[in-house]
Design a protein around this ligand. Structure first.
Ligand SMILES: [Mg+2]
Ligand SMILES: [Zn+2]
Length: 179
């Protein structure tokens, strides 16, 4: 535990609808569109000492829409698009399942793996996402959950904060919570 307590805090980030457009089961890298303000938000998190860890449900694999290699290819395309904008993330964790696993958000499996593999300090970490499952995951982990790019019909627990974009959500967190 003391090892973890000395680790970096992390910003856990949903992928589709948070970092890039959610056009529904994205298995084609040509459909990667980084959302406005994402690059400066990721840079601000890094400057504040946060690891940036993407945690994403990709049940398109279990549903047979695309293969696991396509998830990796899309992740790489996102990484490239971020690099063009001078930004980066530290790691991608994804769940390919639809049920019967321990990693599909809001289950904590992806985050717990990331915490172990990167020696992160979970207690000082934060989750950003656009869906109820992202905020439910934050609740399950006992960390702040910040809802960004909210869609009609939100079905999750109350987020700590609602922001119109990741950039605004990150600014709120760094100024009001982390400070
Ligand atoms: Mg999403
Ligand atoms: Zn899973």
């Amino acid at each position: 535990m003391s090892e973890t307590a000395r680790g970096k805090p992390a910003a856990f980030l949903d992928r589709d609808g948070t970092l890039m457009e959610d056009s529904g089961f994205v298995g084609d890298p040509r459909r990667v569109r980084v959302l406005d303000g994402v690059a400066p938000a990721l840079i601000a998190l890094a400057d504040a000492g946060f690891a940036r860890i993407v945690v994403t449900n990709q049940s398109g694999v279990a549903r047979g829409f695309f293969g696991e290699p396509d998830v990796v290819i899309v992740n790489h395309a996102l990484k490239d698009e971020l690099a063009v904008r001078g930004a980066a993330v530290d790691a991608f964790y994804y769940c390919t399942h639809l049920q019967g696993c321990e990693c599909r958000k809001p289950l904590p499996g992806l985050v717990l793996r990331a915490v172990a593999e990167h020696a992160l300090d979970l207690r000082r970490s934060v989750m950003f996402g656009d869906r109820g499952g992202d905020i439910a995951l934050a609740h399950n982990l006992g960390i702040p959950g910040i809802l960004v790019n909210e869609l009609p019909g939100y079905d999750g627990p109350p987020p700590l904060h609602r922001a119109r974009s990741l950039r605004e959500g990150v600014a709120f967190f760094l100024e009001s919570v982390h400070a």
